[in-house]
Design a protein. Sequence first.
Length: 232
Amino acid sequence: MRHGLTLGEMARWFVSTLKLDVDCQVIALDGWQPQAAPGYGWPLGRRTWVNPSPNAPTLWMARCYAGTVMVEGTTLSEGRGTTRPLELFGAPGLDVPSLLTTMRELAPGWTRGCRLRPCWFEPTFYKHVGKLCAGVQIHVEDEIYYEHEAFRPWRLMAVAFKALRRLAPDYPLWRDFVYEYERNRLAIDVINGSDLLRRWVDDPAATPGDLDALAAKDEAAWSAERQAYLLY
């Protein structure tokens, strides 16, 4: 869901993996520390944010995106049609206090690193347009609440779906529509690369530990593979 490479590092990975016959030279930044606060890969105060997409308006959205992008495959609003897209999620009639309580009961470690604030919003377009939605805003902009190493957006949204399924087993969570030109698979499966996450959410007996076990092998393999291409 998140490769964790700079564009230069990604270029090095593509050249090696695809065995491209090109002269690729990456000039490294002098003294750049991507793990340093407060920017963690984005030098706050030294670079101007330019939207890479109309719904990618802030650095804070980028921090959340590896998790909140999954909301696109659901019937929940991901905040498109508001001023904070992909930093919040919700739907009409959602019981947010119970949702947050259940999320923390199921996997307290997965909700760390950010502040989860109940909120209300009314999208001006896209899902639930013109309807008042109860939702959650994920705050990762404040050093008081944001913990870079603890924040795990993919697991945060996974446990949000799991909590909603526990509270309302029949909730029509998965949205069935043509996504990225894919007509034969649900959008949530396209986004995740398989049906692993969806099946875990829908299985009432599955636990957070089960999802960790399913995902950890691939995560460890990628962490090891990318080491050869890191410049910083």
